[in-house]
Design a protein around this ligand. Structure first.
Ligand code: SF4
Length: 315
């Protein structure tokens, strides 16, 4: 159950490996997940698989992740390495990070080895490490995930996240320091956050902060996500929308898909094109591929053995 007032249990665990490949469409990347489980309790979360039933209630800090990361980098047997995404299946700056500091230590290791990285987060705790990012701003960027500026909606959709106004305040600190940032309006949820006013209110705030990049995509459904979305639609008093979801996603109850199901092209194009039109009027670019390209290029000068790249060997 994503909605609960109880704080999760936080425990340590030891991992055997930390650097993992991931693939989204044709994009191949590397990721590290310093935590397992997530305190932010987003009802739409894609990381809640059936093999992690206590995803929201039990957070494991991979306490040996920095040491494992360093040893994996030392054993890396190629000259080049892909930029590292932090994280693909948890928020690396959730509350447990205040207790363990694992993400910070992993970032310090990546910086020691001059490896570019990018962080996906909806946390304000990341401001603790502002100096780390500022001193590495050519080789990193932050993607802030924001779904709504409406507090009533946020409290239901993602009850463990900080209020969006506080996230925007944090983004401002990063933008003001010249750290590359993008806001990711993801997921855009049919009948809850997909209307034009809703999208515009996020874009307007981004423009006020001086953000130059926004991206976004429509919710994908899977069996377990659908169960939560049905409850969310009920909580918002729009249960009738379940029939519209059947039409937009092309399924019939019972919804049993174990793999992600996308909304139909007509709906998706409509929503995404609307977002693109809104941001282009404000001179904001869509997507963060350019940022990825910038940090990927920045590492080419370090195309030598990783063992030799360790910064301490250069200073
Ligand atoms: S912050 Fe990300 S990983 Fe955490 S619950 Fe929300 S969507 Fe899932």
């Amino acid at each position: 159950m994503w909605y609960s007032d109880k704080a999760p249990v936080i425990e340590k665990k030891y991992s055997k490996s930390i650097l993992r490949y991931f693939k989204v469409g044709t994009h191949l990347g590397l990721t590290i997940n310093p935590y397992q489980g997530c305190h932010h309790r987003c009802g739409y979360c894609y990381a809640t698989y059936k093999w992690s039933p206590d995803f929201y209630d039990k957070i494991y800090g991979k306490i040996n992740a920095p040491e494992i990361l360093e040893s994996e980098l030392n054993r890396w047997n190629k000259n080049l390495i892909l930029p590292v995404m932090i994280s693909s299946a948890t928020d690396a700056y959730q509350y447990a990070e205040a207790k363990f500091g694992i993400t910070k230590r992993c970032i310090q290791i990546l910086q020691q080895y001059q490896i570019p990285f990018y962080v996906f987060t909806k946390s304000t705790l990341i401001a603790r490490d502002l100096d780390l990012f500022r001193n590495y701003s050519d080789n990193c960027f932050i993607v802030w995930s924001i779904t709504t500026t409406d507090e009533k909606i946020r409290r239901v959709l993602e009850p463990g996240t900080p209020p969006t106004t506080r996230i925007f305040d944090t983004i401002k600190k990063f933008v003001d320091c010249g750290i590359k940032c993008c806001v990711n309006i993801d997921p855009i949820i049919p009948f809850i956050t997909d209307n034009e006013e809703h999208i515009e209110s996020i874009v307007d705030r981004c423009q006020q902060l001086g953000l130059k990049r926004i991206c976004g995509s429509v919710l994908r459904l899977r069996h377990d996500i659908w169960i939560r979305i049905v409850e969310i639609l009920e909580l918002f008093g729009i249960s009738w929308a379940t029939k519209e979801y059947e039409r937009i996603y092309g399924f019939q109850e019972p919804f049993l898909h174990e793999n992600s199901l996308s909304a139909n092209t007509t709906y998706t194009d409509n929503v995404v094109n609307n977002l693109k039109a809104v941001i282009s009027k404000k001179n904001i670019a869509f997507g963060f591929n350019e940022l990825l390209q910038q940090i990927t290029n920045s590492r080419q000068s370090y195309a030598i053995s990783l063992k030799q790249r360790k910064l301490s060997e250069f200073v």
